[in-house]
Design a protein around this ligand. Structure first.
Ligand SMILES: [Zn+2]
Length: 642
């Protein structure tokens, strides 16, 4: 319809209301859909699937894939690409880069169709006489970080088998067997929790195992890889497999290796039992491969920036990473919330217990990192202070209970948020950490220092030594075990802090542990290290914003002084009180507010400029912990090596 006719039609409608009353509105009904994907059953899939991955195309970062999927007869068959990836807590299997998919049976092309209601499912009709479905495909891994995690560089690669494989619907993942083979670039070494059957000329064949174990055992391979025995003569092998952009990045001193060995000792002392027959820390030290931190039962996938070993004494970043992921072998992998365990990777996983899975792991990751010597006690206190301050100022706690944030990996998918402080994020990690400190100090106080959360850890996670299956639990089990350690109304305790809107941050554990959170003029060492690394200025608890080195606003505290001045994260600070922007000038301006000086910011928004006055008089407010004299220092004891 052209514009003239629209005007005429509108005019006719305007003068003839009866015509308007006869307007029709069609009301459709949904099309009935048939459930077309068989539900997983605890029944063995007949035969063994073959999966061959060619990981040698470093120039194009393409993984070549061949699969042979045995079938027992003709008829419909559904093949799945894993959607719910363990450790992601979300349905984000990277199917968008699974490409070039062709299938054959009896040597002839086999047409596939994708399920319109579930794009992770492929339907085929197996012809008479076919013994297997042959699949060829590629996984086109990211060339640039904006396309997803970078999995391949000229020096190293990370291979998660879920990127490469289809598996049959209708069976539990542990009932589907795989023979996995990978072809690696010449001369590269590799590491994985899978057990090698044979290896020659860069082709590695692994022993037959089930899909649940395969998907839980990623492979690292690199030109520069070094292996360190972290438990010499121990009851089960524990290896640190470190690969770097260059050999000099994976050359830790004996003292640093000793710290990593201490972690194995401290975890044994905490939990007693082990839930692996061997364990591999997979560690990439690289500025080119994407970073990571994903837990597995018998390994962990860790990616840190260059300098992790080289700048060991000056860096605080990622120091708890290995302790965190190792802890997950007990908490998260072996013991898992009953609603999170699923029979396969295309069944929705439910996150209701992540405040234990991730919250307590965040707690013990930091505690074990300190007990082992990854960080000093003072650094640990600084880290606790910075974390406590974040939740102390978390305005989103006024509307959103912590339990609701366990669904944030699904809701927000880890994208950047316009008002993170108000929206909250995956707060079950680090607010969970504070809640478990609360529990730990409460057990200590009530038992007169005789018992602690360590007793819970041993009783709950340290059972069935050597079992590397999965033992599920419910919240009732958690409360029951806590009650055995120290009788208390733990259900009400968690209801108030986890289920309900809790307007006050859970800082009781700090004070009960002998410390209070205070704010002062000087940043603590960990805070300063963060600013040195980012080259920005973090002024969130004073004027309520943080900026990068160029003045681009990174975060704004909801309802804080910068928020009240109308600023947002699309803006750039270009001037301060009549001078050009620098982070030092911004800090100096905030310091001068105590004496009544203004903070006038020249703000750039696209092609326009405006001056904004921030109404603030408080000077700097950097968090730190202050010892409460006369109170038992439970936190000191918590952080001390066993
Ligand atoms: Zn974790």
């Amino acid at each position: 319809m052209n514009r003239f006719l629209v005007v005429v039609a509108a005019a006719v409608l305007a003068v003839t209301p009866a015509f308007g009353q006869q307007a029709i509105r069609s009301l459709p009904q949904p099309v009935a859909t048939q459930p077309s994907i068989p539900a997983p059953r605890d029944v063995a899939y007949p035969g063994t699937l073959k999966l061959e991955v060619d990981a040698t195309d470093l120039d194009r970062r393409i993984f070549g894939i061949k699969q042979s999927i045995p079938v027992t007869g003709p008829g419909p068959q559904t093949l799945l690409y894993a959607q719910w990836i363990m450790g992601n807590h979300a349905p984000r299997g990277p199917i968008y880069n699974y490409s070039g998919v062709t299938m054959t049976a009896n040597g002839k092309p086999l047409a596939w169709t994708r399920d319109p209601g579930d794009v992770y499912a492929f339907h085929v009709n197996v012809p008479q006489g076919a013994k297997s479905i042959e699949v060829e495909a590629q996984f086109l891994s990211a060339i640039e970080p904006a396309q997803g995690p970078v999995m391949m560089t000229p020096e190293m690669l990370r291979l998660n088998w879920y990127i490469a494989a289809l598996y049959p619907a209708g069976h539990y993942a542990r009932r589907v067997n795989f023979d996995v083979t990978v072809k690696l670039p010449q001369g590269w070494d590799y590491a994985t929790a899978l057990e090698t059957a044979s290896s020659s000329n860069g082709v590695v064949k692994f022993k037959t195992t089930d899909w649940e174990t395969v998907i839980d055992s990623p492979l690292f391979a690199g030109k520069y890889m070094r292996k360190f025995d972290l438990d010499p003569g121990g009851r089960s092998r524990v290896t640190l497999n470190a690969m770097g952009d260059e050999l000099g990045q994976v050359d830790p001193s004996p003292e640093v290796i000793q710290v990593h060995r201490n972690l194995i000792v401290q975890a044994d002392k905490l939990y007693g039992a082990r839930h692996f027959n061997h364990y591999d820390f997979l560690l990439s030290v690289s500025d080119r491969l994407s970073g990571a931190g994903i837990e597995h039962q018998r390994s962990s996938d860790n990616g840190v920036g260059s300098g992790y070993f080289r700048n060991w004494d000056s860096g605080f970043v990622s120091k708890d990473l290995l302790a965190h992921e190792y802890n997950h072998s007990w908490n998260g992998k072996y013991r898992r919330g009953a609603d999170l365990w699923t029979p396969n990777f295309n069944t929705p996983m439910r996150n209701s217990m992540l405040w234990l899975y991730e919250g307590q792991t965040q707690y013990y990751g930091n505690v074990l990192a300190t007990r082992s010597g990854f960080v000093s006690k003072q650094q640990a206190l600084d880290l606790i202070a910075n974390n406590a301050a974040m939740y102390d100022a978390r305005t989103g706690r006024n509307w959103r209970p912590l339990i609701d944030t366990t669904m944030d990996p699904i809701i927000a998918a880890r994208r950047s948020l316009p008002w993170q402080n108000w929206q909250r994020s995956e707060d079950y990690y680090s607010e969970g950490q504070l809640i478990w400190m609360d529990v730990d100090t409460l057990i200590r106080e009530r038992s007169g220092g005789k018992r602690s959360l360590d007793d819970f850890a041993k009783a709950f996670f340290g059972v069935n030594d050597g079992d590397w299956g999965t033992l599920t639990y419910t919240r009732k089990d958690v409360v029951a075990t806590l009650n055995k350690i120290e009788p208390y109304d733990w259900e009400m305790f968690f209801k108030a802090r986890v289920d309900d809107v809790a307007k006050k941050a859970p800082l009781d554990g700090l004070e009960r542990g002998g410390y209070r959170l205070v704010y002062g003029d000087t940043p603590n060492a960990v805070w300063r290290d963060g600013e040195v690394r980012s080259r920005g200025a973090n002024l969130l608890y004073s004027i309520g914003l943080s900026v990068d080195q160029n003045g681009k606003i990174l975060l704004i505290q909801w309802d804080g002084p910068a928020w009240k001045a109308g600023l947002n994260t699309s803006l750039t600070v270009t001037g301060i009180n009549g001078q050009a922007f620098s982070t030092d000038r911004l800090r100096a301006a905030v310091a001068a507010t105590k004496a009544g000086a203004p903070v006038d910011l020249l703000i750039r928004m696209g092609e326009t400029f405006k001056t904004v006055r921030i109404d603030y008089r408080g000077g700097h407010r950097y968090p730190r912990l202050e010892r409460i004299t006369g109170k038992p220092a439970y936190i000191d004891d918590i952080l001390t090596a066993r």
